[in-house]
Design a protein around this ligand. Structure first.
Ligand SMILES: C[S@@+](CC[C@H](N)C(=O)[O-])C[C@H]1O[C@@H](n2cnc3c(N)ncnc32)[C@H](O)[C@@H]1O
Length: 449
């Protein structure tokens, strides 16, 4: 079967049963051979329908007599696909969106309801002729943004509290965009200029990123990453710009002992080894063996020798006490800063999961800060924008461990642009056009014991 809409439907059915969107998509894609344009359409339909689920459900609620949640689950999925194309895929003619959705209903045991599907979608089109937007929005700012941009209320509340309405709206828009891909050039094997020139010769466009000396952003659709020039030779690795900031904030020196306590799959471990000129020791610790295997592959491809792997829970590694010049804690988190990369992330996290994560984060920082020698540093980083996992973890840590203090970026540092009043760095994606990140550099003073 090669109908991209039917294949999208099959993948979405798995997502609604609990599968991760990227896993469900890959599983279906692996079984079929699709031309590139159909593969792109299918991917767009799956990720888009998952991401825009709340908006699409609200349209069903407002246009049909039965609410979205009361529709048979497969019919709801088919309606999502139809409304998604009508509302967000301007390149698809409305008639094609309606007809293919009616066909989907017919092919998936809803032949008796094709009139209903057709009527609902055509009603949307009629409403769109007479009003700028057929979707009716409530006045309440939380629900208004939540429905329009398809986020749960609790996430909108977290952002509104920090940013206000206008900025939150910009952030919501940003988080619904297709993500960009950034690379970090491995300065031990190549140079920015060499990679740029190899890409230009292959017809692949890239741009530089201000303040990040090893970063390049891919422009446009580049096809398979592994086929780009220099991948096999270890000239570069995929890493978002804001993640690259973390390594620079840690600022490791050749000969240092660095412990990366949540290291897999190794984006930052390999950056640290590169920044150290591959001289010294980088311990890559993680509790997930399968992710550490990826780290090992990455280190081998980049030809880095200074990395040593350690599998286990980093809250329980007494051998490392007082041994490190620097520790990186890139903590497991709710990922609210990278929701544009994971279509279903906004529906998976909850206020309760955020609380649990903050306990884990506090446990990790309390234990692994013991790995640092007096006068050494710990960088705490997350890709979330939730204060409970960021500022609150750090405040609690500083209150309980008085030997530690925040070391704010120097005023002349290019990163001071992201600095908060307390000296932490916070990257708001809609302002900086990179993933959302929180990071802070902490110093262990000499009066630690
Ligand atoms: C945000 S990811 C790390 C990403 C990595 N630093 C990079 O740049 O590629 C968080 C990692 O923490 C690991 N993790 C979670 N709990 C842990 C624990 N108690 N001890 C060690 N690792 C843990 C997870 O397996 C996951 O690989």
């Amino acid at each position: 079967m090669t109908n991209p809409r039917q294949l999208a439907f099959i993948a979405l059915r798995e997502v609604h049963k609990g599968a991760y969107a990227d896993v469900a998509l890959d599983r279906v894609l692996q079984k079929v051979k699709l031309p590139d344009h159909d593969r792109r359409l299918m991917t767009e339909l799956v990720y888009g329908s998952v991401r825009r689920q709340r908006t699409l459900d609200t349209l069903i609620d407002q246009i049909a007599t039965k609410k979205a949640q009361q529709q048979p689950p497969d019919l709801r999925t088919i309606l999502h696909l139809g409304f998604y194309q009508l509302r967000y895929q301007q390149r698809i003619p409305a008639s094609a969106a309606v007809n293919t959705t009616v066909e989907l209903a017919k092919e998936n045991s809803f032949s008796g309801l094709t009139g209903f599907v057709n009527g609902l979608l055509r009603q949307y089109l009629r409403l769109a002729e007479t009003s700028p937007d057929p979707l009716k929005l409530p006045e309440n700012p939380v629900e208004r943004l939540g429905i329009l941009y398809s986020f749960p209320d609790w996430i909108i509340e977290v952002w509104l509290e920090q940013l206000g309405f206008e900025e939150t709206e910009k952030l919501c828009e940003w988080m619904n965009q297709t993500p960009t891909i950034d690379l970090r050039v491995n300065i031990l094997r190549s140079s920015l200029e060499e990679v740029e020139s190899a890409f230009n010769s292959a017809g692949v466009l890239v741009s530089r990123i201000p303040h990040l000396p090893q970063a390049l952003r891919l422009i446009g659709n580049t096809g398979g990453i592994q086929n780009l020039p220099g991948f096999r030779e270890g000239w570069w690795t995929v890493q978002d710009s804001s993640a690259q900031l973390v390594g620079h904030l840690l600022d490791p020196k050749p000969g240092d002992v660095v412990i990366d306590v949540c290291a897999a799959p190794g984006g930052k471990t390999t950056q640290i080894a590169e920044l150290m000129g591959d001289r010294g020791k980088v311990w890559a610790c993680d509790k997930t063996a399968s992710r550490l295997r990826k780290l090992k592959e990455n280190a081998q491809r980049l030809n880095l020798q200074s990395i040593e792997i350690c599998t286990g829970d980093s809250r329980n590694l007494p051998q490392f006490y007082q041994t490190a010049d620097r520790v990186l804690l890139d903590a497991p988190c709710s990922g609210l800063g990278t929701m544009h990369r994971h279509a279903d992330a906004r529906w998976r996290q909850t206020p309760e999961s955020v609380k649990e994560l903050s306990q884990l984060q506090f446990g990790l920082i309390s234990h692994t800060s013991n790995f640092v020698k007096s006068g050494g540093f710990l960088v705490y980083a997350t890709c979330t924008l939730h204060p409970t996992e960021n500022e609150e973890v750090i405040s609690r840590f500083l209150a309980d461990y008085p030997a530690w203090q925040i070391e704010p970026p120097r005023r002349e540092s290019p990163y001071s642009a992201y600095s908060t009043p307390s000296g932490c760095l916070k990257v708001w994606p809609h302002q900086q056009n990179m993933d959302g990140f929180f990071m802070v550099r902490l110093r262990k003073t000499n009066n630690s014991e």
